[in-house]
Design a binder for this molecule. Sequence first.
Ligand SMILES: Nc1ncnc2c1ncn2[C@@H]1O[C@H](COP(=O)(O)OP(=O)(O)O)[C@@H](O)[C@H]1O
Ligand SMILES: [Mg+2]
Length: 269
Amino acid sequence: MSKDYIAFFGLAGPAFSKTIPADRIYRYRDLEELHCYLSHAVSDGAVAALTGPVGAGKSTAARSFLAGLDPNRVAVLYIGFTASDRGLFREMARGLGLAPAYLKGDLVVQLHTAIEHVWLNKRRQTLLVVDDAHLLPDTLLVELRQLLNFQMDAATPLAMVLVGQPALRGRLKDPMHEALAQRTPVRCTLVGMSRAEATEYVKTHMDAVGGDPSIFTDDAIDLAYQHAKGLPRELNNVLVYALIRAAWHDIRIVDRRVVDETIKAQTQG
Ligand SMILES: Nc1ncnc2c1ncn2[C@@H]1O[C@H](COP(=O)(O)OP(=O)(O)O)[C@@H](O)[C@H]1O
Ligand SMILES: [Mg+2]
């Protein structure tokens, strides 16, 4: 007997995966609204702060937004967390196709010049996205703000999206970051999905791997939803292990009991 849930349920690959293709990402209402605000921040050359608890879907939301941008108009620099300012600036330089200067002062000048060049000569705006930005040191947040200073009037060569946990909002309230806060008119928070959206979410992920969403009963999703408080990563964790448990026990339908046992197993001890 096969114990592999993927084969057992006839799926094309692992379910509830973090590598769900960008065009399959579920665009629930808050995500659509977020995209709208981010689009305005980009065209205004402003800063946007996208915050929410761990596993709320922030990085995925940023990914779906970026996938919709026209690469001829916006050059995207996506930086995962780096603790050092030079590390971040170097990655930006590489993203712009440059060999990074060694000294930080030179690096900043290099970036400024390149971003201006891209704007003036290629008519492309640069968008810097920094993920896990709540972990950035204060000095680096200040330096990022300084990067936004351009000589040209009414030009918006650089926009930024800072993605991070709720602590990022607190950091922006610190007087030290008032200048950055003033450049951050867009502040959006992801807080999870509604119960109805969770059903669509399950369908999206099951469809992505050619699975049948009705493997999950409504009351199974109810329980997973309550446990996960509507947050996608926790929903994934419960539902994929419920599939594994069901396959192991030769159960074709994941009902409330399977989800209940999965949650108990995951939270005990
Ligand atoms: N809108 C969505 N559509 C499909 N899957 C999603 C969506 N949002 C989140 N997920 C799933 O939840 C997981 C966690 O989301 P992630 O964006 O990494 O959270 P965060 O960055 O807030 O910690 C992702 O790996 C993905 O599988
Ligand atoms: Mg993330």
